[in-house]
Write a protein that binds this ligand. Structure first.
Ligand code: ADP
Ligand code: GLC
Length: 486
């Protein structure tokens, strides 16, 4: 039996991307289609989304909801993969330049509750045959933006005595919760009883993330370790009790790599292509990176790369604290990132202090991200917490050994270059346990020590590059979950 599933999210690579969520929603649906599932996506009609779809045509008007003056459901095709994508064209909600969630002052838009309620509501409508030609059996909602979809499905189930579709909710990041003042509940059109501790209420407010966690039939998150971590008081962001209560419905399924996008042997965004056995050409990528950033063009300087959202999560304050360890040992650091202004300034100051060794570029640049991963010897991901993390997976594929904190998906995907792991041919990177400068510094020293032993470094690079983190295995797990539900 072919399963029909609708993925509901706010971003999807290559249409619109602010982080790893887009990489997942861009790659998982095609991987499921490959396995024989009938998968479509639903997105808000942000300008970049409408501009990137081919053959857009109207499907149905959406009732005037949540204050949008006009709203239409349209269907188009993603040229890169042929994926069928529904979009909500509602210009007064989504036709805004820049970041999809924040205004130009980095403040969340005042009408985000309405903007993303419409997304969840439209998903539930699709499950109720809004498009007469196609309706999903499974609604798969991602993160808080889509968290209301399971709530609207539950409301419909209550009304008709039968659920229009089953739902899966995937947590990509428990720290972003979509919290709004309680008085906005009245505008959502849900039964009053839904504003409850057993419902969408969260410490007196309204939480779209909790809506997803409470009402979805099944929960997943993006790595097995993170699935355990979020059930603890320390890392549960106030939702650990709910998650422990739903432990049997919750699974951790590791994200994958889309090797059609992230593959050093075919990547056209990098200056030279290379493979595990033709690694010499990686040096050309390193030289180009040093020159692009005005760093000393030394082939033997250990080059650390960072491509990251600049938020507290990512632990770059710790990396700044450990920077002397890199610089005094003759290493270099290249950072591409955007986000928190204080972090941006801290990084810029470090670059001014060490112009030959540290370079920082502010902004979001897909091509440069590829060039940094290809040109670096080490990719640093010292996150405080990391649900899965994709940069360390890309780093493995490009032979840039990841240096990571032992949390979440980082712990599940990187094996430390300890003596015993090297001896057993297991090492793929550098892992530190405690989130403190001493532990990070020790990992940096391990990286320098291994770099000094050329043969072992190369063998570790080759091992890293040969790891298979493709989507196949993970897509199988999602499909098995859909089958259980349908
Ligand atoms: P998160 O989703 O928490 O940001 P991930 O590691 O899962 O972390 O995914 C980050 C994704 O965003 C990767 O594809 C990474 O290359 C990309 N990325 C992050 N910051 C930038 C940036 N400044 N420019 C280009 N790509 C970026
Ligand atoms: C989130 C997480 C990141 C994860 C990504 C995709 O943004 O922070 O760890 O890889 O979602 O699931």
């Amino acid at each position: 039996m072919t399963i029909r599933a609708l993925h509901v999210a706010s971003e999807l690579y290559p249409l619109l991307k602010t982080g790893g969520l887009a990489d997942v929603t861009g790659a998982l649906p095609p991987a499921l289609v490959e396995l024989g599932a009938d998968v479509r996506a639903l997105l808000p009609g942000f300008p970049a989304v409408l501009a990137g779809l081919a053959d857009l045509r109207p499907v149905a008007p959406l009732a005037r909801r949540f204050g949008a003056r006009e709203a239409t459901l349209e269907l188009g095709t993603l040229p890169a993969t042929g994926l069928a994508v529904y979009v909500i064209r509602a210009d007064d909600f989504y036709n805004r330049p820049g970041n999809p969630y924040l205004d130009s002052e980095h403040v969340p838009y005042g009408d985000n509750a309405q903007r993303f309620a419409l997304l969840g509501w439209a998903a539930a409508q699709l499950a109720q045959h809004l498009d007469s030609a196609w309706a999903p059996q499974i609604v798969h909602a991602h993160d808080w933006h889509a968290g209301m979809a399971p709530a609207y499905l539950a409301a419909a189930a209550q009304e008709r005595g039968r659920a229009p579709a089953r739902s899966v909710f995937t947590v990509h990041n428990l720290a972003y919760q979509g919290i709004f003042p309680a008085h906005q509940f009245g505008q959502l059109g849900l039964p009053p009883a839904f504003f409850d501790m057993h419902g969408v209420e969260f410490y007196g407010q309204l939480s779209f993330l909790k809506a997803g966690l409470y009402y979805a039939d099944r929960l997943t998150t993006v790595s097995p370790t993170y699935a355990r971590e979020i059930q603890t008081l320390a890392q549960g962001c106030g939702l650990d009790a709910l998650l422990r209560g739903r432990a049997r419905d919750l699974t951790g399924i590791l994200n994958g790599v889309d090797y059609s996008v992230w593959n050093p042997s075919t990547d056209t965004l990098i200056p030279a292509r290379y493979t595990p056995t033709r690694l010499a050409r990686k040096s050309a990528c390193k030289a180009a990176l040093q020159s692009r950033f005005g760093l000393a063009e030394k082939s033997d300087a250990l080059l650390f790369g960072v491509v990251s959202r600049l938020t507290e999560q990512k632990g770059l304050d710790l990396l700044l604290a450990a920077l002397p360890e890199i610089v005094t040992r003759g290493g270099q650091l290249v950072v591409l990132g955007t986000g928190d202004p204080a972090l941006e300034q801290g990084l810029m100051r470090a670059a001014h202090a060490h112009p030959e060794a540290v370079a920082v570029e502010r902004g979001f640049d897909e091509a440069l991200a590829h060039q940094i991963v290809a040109g670096s010897d080490v990719m640093a991901v010292p996150s405080r917490f990391e649900p899965c993390g994709l940069t360390q997976l890309y780093a493995l594929a490009y032979g840039a050994l990841p240096l990571v904190h032992c949390v979440g998906g980082l712990a599940d995907t990187v094996t430390d270059a300890s003596l015993e792991n090297l001896a057993d041919d297991l090492a793929t990177g550098f892992v530190f346990e405690r989130f403190e400068p001493r532990a990070l510094t020790a990992a940096i020293r391990r990286a320098f020590a291994l770099y000094g032993r050329h043969r072992e470094w190369r063998a570790t690079q080759q091992r890293a590059m040969r790891q298979d983190f493709g989507w196949g295995a993970s897509a199988q797990q999602y499909l098995a979950l859909y089958r259980e539900l349908a």
